[in-house]
Design a protein around this ligand. Structure first.
Ligand code: TXA
Ligand code: MG
Length: 316
């Protein structure tokens, strides 16, 4: 619990300078990125980073993504191989996170990597996030700004509802345009897909000219903390449902008669952008049983289905 009242900051020069000062002082600031709202702290400050885990109630083995203003600063922290340079050149700024070997002399809290010798880095493509990172001029550790195990926030109001009591400030930059977290790729000997996300795996493979190694079993966590029942709304979730049973609320896709629809026209980009907002809305409606229309498994559909499978998995 944070005793100070939550500050809602405007995404203008004054708001960003306040946000940067709060980060410098070791505070927690939620800010919009093109994917989802992040919960930011100075990645060099152990206490501040511990504050992220505390605010989220996050299991401490789950490492965090470090956000940087540009690739040059990312290269101070990580070793980039040829694949990493190619991917950063093609997709940064953007919804791609690279997991790379941590440099021996990199100053970053061990809590950020949860003790691993790799670091997840990303240069976001959002005006407000970039302006904040430039003002701060340092590494910002930021997981999605939701309580652990809950749905990622795509609006400032979601952050207020989930973490409002536990953080210092939010920069309100409106709705996140992508609405799904970043795609995570580990660049080791063979590049490996750790999490499907805002950039389709196919686009990454096209850029590399080679297939990504994928996990054989989607239920097994490849990114530490990728728990099977992550992203869960309060209600039970049933997938691939052409229609809802009597006691269910239908989350539709395409031209179906549904209480809520991810995309009435069947557009996967629109569905991705609306996914977490719809899951939040189902919680708000008090939906106890949720049926979800079938969603095609290509492009962003693969990332949407990955998240819905986690939402539908048995709860621990
Ligand atoms: O779009 C996004 O990526 C958002 C915005 C705020 O940037 N952030 C986000 O962070 O989704 P988070 O913490 O909710 O998810 C980070 C994922 C976790 O599944 C974590 O296990 C994985 O990244 N991860 C972080 N560091 C890692 C590492 N060194 N090796 C493997 N996985 C790592
Ligand atoms: Mg998250």
């Amino acid at each position: 619990m944070n005793p100070e009242p939550l500050r809602i900051l405007a995404p203008d020069a004054a708001g960003l300078s306040d946000a940067s000062a709060i980060l410098q002082a070791g505070g927690l600031v939620s800010f919009p990125t093109e994917t989802v709202y992040g919960l930011g702290a100075d990645a060099r400050n152990d206490t501040a980073v511990a504050g992220i885990y505390a605010a989220k109630g996050r299991p401490s083995f789950n490492p965090l993504i470090v956000h940087l203003p540009d690739q040059q600063m990312a290269e101070r922290y990580c070793v980039f191989n040829d694949d990493a340079r190619r991917l950063a050149g093609a997709f940064w700024p953007g919804a791609l996170t690279l997991v790379l070997p941590l440099k021996a002399d990199a100053v970053v809290s061990r809590l950020v990597t949860a003790g691993l010798d790799t670091l997840a880095v990303r240069v976001p493509d959002h005006k407000v996030a970039r302006a904040l990172l430039e003002a701060f001029n340092g590494p910002v550790a930021a997981p999605s700004a939701n309580p652990s195990g809950r749905v990622s926030p795509t609006k400032a109001a979601h952050v207020v509802a989930g973490l409002g009591d536990a953080i210092d400030a939010i920069v309100d930059g409106g709705d996140c345009p992508v609405g799904l977290e970043s795609t995570i790729v580990a660049c080791g000997d063979a590049p490996r897909l750790l999490r499907a996300g805002g950039i389709p795996a196919e686009a990454i493979e096209a850029c590399l000219g080679a297939p990504l190694v994928r996990s054989a079993d989607p239920a097994l966590p490849v990114a530490p903390g990728q728990l099977a029942s992550h992203y869960a709304p309060q209600g039970k979730v049933r997938l691939n449902a052409p229609y809802a049973k009597e006691d269910e609320v239908l989350l539709g896709f395409g031209p179906v008669d549904a209480a809520l629809n991810l995309s009435p026209s069947g557009d996967l980009v629109e569905a991705a952008a609306r996914l977490f907002a719809c899951l939040h809305e189902l919680d708000r409606m008090g939906a106890k049983s949720i049926a979800v229309s079938p969603i095609p498994d290509h492009g962003l559909g693969a990332a949407i289905n990955d998240r819905l499978r986690r939402a539908a998995a048995p709860r621990p």
